[in-house]
Design a protein around this ligand. Sequence first.
Ligand code: SAM
Length: 413
Amino acid sequence: MNRISKQLIDISFHDYKKRDIHGTVNYPAAMVAPMQKLILSKYLSQEIQSIFDPFCGSGTSLIVARSVKEDIRIYGNDINPYATLITRAKLSGVDKSIEKDIEELKGKLRKSDEREGMRVPHFKGIDKWFRSDIIKSLSLIRNIIMQVQNKRHRLFFWCIFADIVRQYSNSRSSTFKLHIKEKEIIDSLSNNVVNDFVNKIIKNAPYYCHRPYKSKVTKKDALNFLPLLREKEFDMMLTSPPYGDNATTVTYGQFSWFALNWIDPLDLEMDGWETETSSILDSKSMGGSRRVRIHRLDEIQQDLIKPYVSTICVKKQKKVLNFFEDYFYFLDEAARITRRYIVMTLGNRTVDRVKIPLSDITAKYLETKGYVIRERLSRDIPRKRIPRVVSRVNGLAVDSMNKEYVVVAERKS
Ligand SMILES: C[S@@+](CC[C@H](N)C(=O)[O-])C[C@H]1O[C@@H](n2cnc3c(N)ncnc32)[C@H](O)[C@@H]1O
């Protein structure tokens, strides 16, 4: 009995309320911080000096790593400029003078002359997605944030602003995709934009009060960026990649569309193409339809996915194959640039009622690349179910719906 209970670790964290920096900004499929902390507390030993998250999203892994090991060198990357803005804001934090900036901001919001000469952003569909009075209120805040001199503070304000933008948009909050609300719901929305924004910055600023953490965050396509990095460049890679093409799994790009258009482009790392359409980020992301693919699946890779892909209807096979061409290429590079541990948080998606066990496929593939699987964890996705979670060293994960999986792999030599 004792022996068994030692092997079982409750990693459900169903009571975790995100009353910390991780709860300040919404981002799809963000990691659950205490879960990552549990893993990092075990594997961030003395000799692990650097950590890299190539799909960092809202930066959960990096913030947690810093909380576990103060002197860790932190590297983050994401293709989405809104994700890198959130990550930068969290890593750079704010200083005590934020209180003064908040007071100034409140003062300006009260003054009506701030409305004169106010610039309204122009992007396709703004009148469809925002009521005209909401556009005015948001533009007022936007113009005032643009005047804030302290860049760290401005980044924090943009994060909170982007959440308010989404909250007051005409798109439903029940999906990450852009999906218009019913007219009656749009008409009945009361405009508390300014008050909600002010209350939210006051509430959340304390979570950001810290000196800037030493870190480097890039906004690049990981599949082009990783091949440029040196072999064993980072001691640990801890990440959660997309687990299918964004269009049919999680539309990070569509979710970020309003933020990318409302935030001052001077504070976003953009190449220009990101705001061409609301779907372009998703179609250029891993597995996306607008990617140029030059890597074909080799025999080992084909054998790993054949049992699942062969049972999917032909029409849907293409998308799955596209994803795996990108995904295996990423794993090849991850295996090359990591010196010791690769820690991946993954979801298993279902296509045509066929479950594709990404965590099993990943573990098996990393073994062929000279890694040993040290640990596999599975947990119910937060708030979906009553948690029941088991940790098994070198064992198989329990396969069921609404779960996420963590694979810890260690390089053999
Ligand atoms: C599961 S999310 C990461 C969430 C993150 N762990 C967090 O806690 O917020 C996956 C991320 O991969 C990014 N992504 C997708 N394709 C990419 C690519 N080709 N290069 C870099 N990032 C990419 C998406 O923009 C998204 O932010």
